[in-house]
Design a protein around this ligand. Structure first.
Ligand code: 9D3
Length: 259
């Protein structure tokens, strides 16, 4: 997959992939990453990339011409099918489903903003999609681009040492993760769950599924509404609920679940 990030701070994007699973994937040639800086396409003597907003107000807006030139230069050098994705607080939320969709493409061009945002005409002219990370304010789109790149690249064949890890991810199953434990068996008086040390793989699998269902019910009940439960899952969740009792119901109610 050929990935291009269009941004004013290429170091933020390239630096994020100097190590880790995605960094190794780029090294191994599973995907490629390059940055295109709109400043290199600013033709005025000051190489300015921003200007004051029409209509007044605080801050600056990214000028359309250098940005459009950068996007078109990137498009000319990318697979024809590579979508141009603007990172904006107004975009659709990044989800695992969208990351999976993007990982099937042969390329993508991510456009990161700064200041108060893009001139809207640049978005209208060049954006195939707008993506947001959620309802909080970042100081620029570079980190959002890094998040999209990381979520997509780790799904590419050859990116993970253990190919099973990606499909075992909780959001692929539609549930939160079950809790994990490692040595030693007791930490500051707290024992790891006995079933995990017993070596009965069937019991371990059932316990983990029960914990995943229970935590999802407690912390993110809306995820269960989007997911059909089979007989075993319904039984395990009922067990969790019975064992958790009143304490869990209060915690769940504080988490905002409906009764
Ligand atoms: C929402 C705040 N805007 C109106 C006052 C100004 C503004 C602040 C910061 C506009 C853009 C930004 C920079 N943010 C991004 O580029 C961004 C972002 C984000 O801030 N939150 C979640 N997802 C994203 S994707 C890109």
């Amino acid at each position: 997959m050929q990935i291009t990030a269009i941004c004013l701070h290429p170091g933020m994007v390239l630096g994020a992939f100097q190590s880790g699973v995605c960094g190794r994937a780029f090294e191994a040639g599973v995907a490629s990453l390059r940055c295109v800086n709109p400043r290199d396409f600013a033709n005025d003597p000051h190489r300015s990339v921003d200007d004051r907003p029409y209509g007044g107000g605080p801050g600056m807006v990214l000028r359309p011409e250098p940005l459009l030139a950068a996007v078109r230069a990137a498009r000319a050098d990318a697979p024809a099918s590579a979508p141009v994705i603007f990172l904006t607080p107004q975009g659709k939320r990044l989800t695992q489903k969208r990351a999976r969709g993007l990982s099937a493409a042969s390329g993508m061009i991510l456009v990161a903003g700064r200041y108060e945002g893009f001139d809207e005409r640049a978005v209208e002219l060049e954006a195939d999609e707008e993506l947001s990370l959620g309802d909080f304010v970042l100081s620029g789109g570079e980190l959002a681009a890094c998040v999209v790149i990381d979520a997509v690249v780790r799904l590419l064949p050859g990116a993970l040492g253990d190919e099973r890890s990606a499909e075992q991810d909780s959001f692929s199953s539609g549930l939160l993760d079950f809790p994990q434990y490692t040595r030693p068996p007791i930490v500051e008086g707290r024992a790891a769950p006995e079933v995990l040390l017993g070596g009965d793989h069937g019991k371990v699998r059932a316990w983990r599924l029960k914990q995943a269902l229970g935590r999802t019910w407690m912390r993110r009940p809306e995820l269960l509404e989007d997911r059909r439960l089979n007989d075993q899952e319904r039984r395990l969740l009922a067990e969790f609920q019975a064992e958790a009792g009143g304490a869990a119901c209060r915690a769940r109610s504080e988490a905002g679940a409906e009764h």
